[in-house]
Design a protein around this ligand. Structure first.
Ligand code: CP
Length: 316
C-alpha cells in the first residue's frame, strides 16, 4: 500500500494509469472529503507550496474546486485566465509557462482548448502539470470524481454497467471516464447519435449504441454528457428539440435501467436538452455530490503529486 507514490508525477490523463494509482487517489480523497465536510477546513499539508491555476478556457467547477482544494491544504493559489494575462497581448504559451516557473511555482493546473497542451508544458518547465481539461482529449480529475461519486453508492466498480450518453466526440470527460472505468473493471457502454458516437470507439473496449433505451437497459450508472455547443460548428443532429426527443435522458428512458441506477452529469448542464430537469434533481441523481467530491479529489491530487505519501498521516 505504501509503495506507490505519485510525488513529482504530472497528471495528464488516466490513460495508462494503474488500478493501484487510481485506488490510492480515491482512498486519499475519502480522507480529504472529511476535511471538506468539517467545520475547520484548513489542513496545512501544502503550507509553503504555490499553485497556479492557468485556465485558458472557461470553467466554474474545476477552477474553483482546484482553488479551494489548494487553499484548504494551506498552499498559496493564484488564478490566471487567458484574457486577463499577457497572452492576450501576444505572449506565447511557452513564455507564459516559463514566467510562471521562474516564480517558484510547485504546480500548474491547466485547462486548454488544445489537446496536448499539458504534455507540451511538461517539456517546457519543471513544475508539476495537472491537466484540468485539454480540448477533447482528457479531463482526468473529472473522471476520478465521477468514479469516487459512484463508489459512495456502489461497493465496487468491477462489473458495473456504466453508460455514457451524449456528445462523446467532443468529450474529454468521456475519454478519461472510459480509461479509468475500464482499468477499474467496469462494463462501459456509449450511446448517442452516429455523428457524435462513432463505431471506432469500440476499439477502446466499450460497447457503442445509438438507441439510448437499449443502451440503458439494466444500467447501474448513467453518465449524461453535455452537448458541447461551443465546439459544434456544423449540423451533427437535426435540432436541439429532436436531440432531446431521441437522445435526451428523462424518467421514461431511465425506467429501462436498474431500480437503483445512479445518474451523473459533469456539468454545466443544458437542461431540457441532454437531461430533463426532473432527472437532474431526482433521488437517483448524484450531480450535486459530484461537485462536492470534486474538491476532495483535487485535494488528493495536489497532496499526492506535490507531497507524495499515501495519506496515512490523515485521519480515517
Ligand atoms: N465539469 C467541468 O469541467 O465543469 P467546468 O467547466 O465548470 O469546470
Amino acid at each position: 500500500m505504501g509503495e506507490i507514490s505519485l510525488k513529482g508525477k504530472h497528471l495528464l490523463g488516466l490513460q495508462g494509469r494503474s488500478k493501484e494509482e487510481i485506488e490510492l487517489i480515491l482512498r486519499v480523497a475519502k480522507k480529504m472529503k472529511k476535511i471538506v465536510l468539517s467545520d475547520n477546513k484548513k489542513h496545512p499539508l501544502l503550507k509553503g507550496k504555490s499553485i497556479i491555476n492557468l485556465f485558458m478556457e472557461n470553467s466554474t467547477r474545476t477552477r474553483s474546486s482546484f482553488e479551494l482544494a489548494g487553499k484548504y491544504l494551506g498552499a498559496d493559489v493564484i488564478n490566471i485566465s487567458k484574457s486577463g494575462s499577457s497572452m492576450a497581448k501576444g505572449e506565447s504559451f511557452r513564455d507564459t509557462l516559463l514566467t510562471m516557473s521562474y516564480m517558484g511555482t510547485d504546480a500548474i493546473v491547466m485547462r486548454s482548448s488544445e489537446e496536448g497542451a499539458p504534455l507540451y508544458a511538461t517539456k517546457c518547465v519543471d513544475p508539476i502539470i495537472i491537466n484540468a481539461g485539454d480540448g477533447a482529449h482528457e479531463h482526468p480529475t473529472q473522471a476520478l470524481l465521477d468514479m469516487y461519486s459512484i463508489l459512495e453508492h456502489k461497493p465496487t466498480l468491477e462489473g458495473l454497467k456504466v453508460v455514457i450518453i451524449g456528445d462523446i466526440m467532443h468529450s474529454r470527460v468521456a475519454r478519461s471516464n472510459i480509461y479509468g472505468l475500464k482499468t477499474m473493471g467496469a462494463d462501459v457502454h456509449l450511446a448517442g447519435p452516429r455523428t457524435l458516437v462513432y463505431p471506432e470507439l469500440e476499439k477502446l473496449g466499450v460497447t457503442v449504441h445509438h438507441d439510448v433505451r437499449e443502451a440503458v437497459k439494466d444500467a447501474d450508472v448513467v453518465n449524461v454528457l453535455r452537448i458541447q455547443l461551443e465546439r459544434i460548428h456544423s449540423a451533427l443532429y437535426p435540432s436541439n428539440r429532436e436531440y432531446a426527443r431521441i437522445f435526451g435522458i428523462n424518467k421514461s428512458v431511465l425506467e429501462n435501467a436498474k431500480d437503483d441506477v445512479l445518474v451523473l452529469h459533469p456539468g454545466p448542464m443544458n437542461r431540457g436538452l441532454e437531461i430533463a430537469p426532473d432527472v437532474a434533481y431526482d433521488d437517483a441523481s448524484v450531480i450535486q455530490e459530484q461537485v462536492r467530491n470534486g474538491v476532495a479529489i483535487r485535494m488528493a491530487i495536489l497532496y499526492l503529486t506535490i507531497i507524495g505519501g499515501d495519506g496515512s498521516e490523515l485521519a480515517d
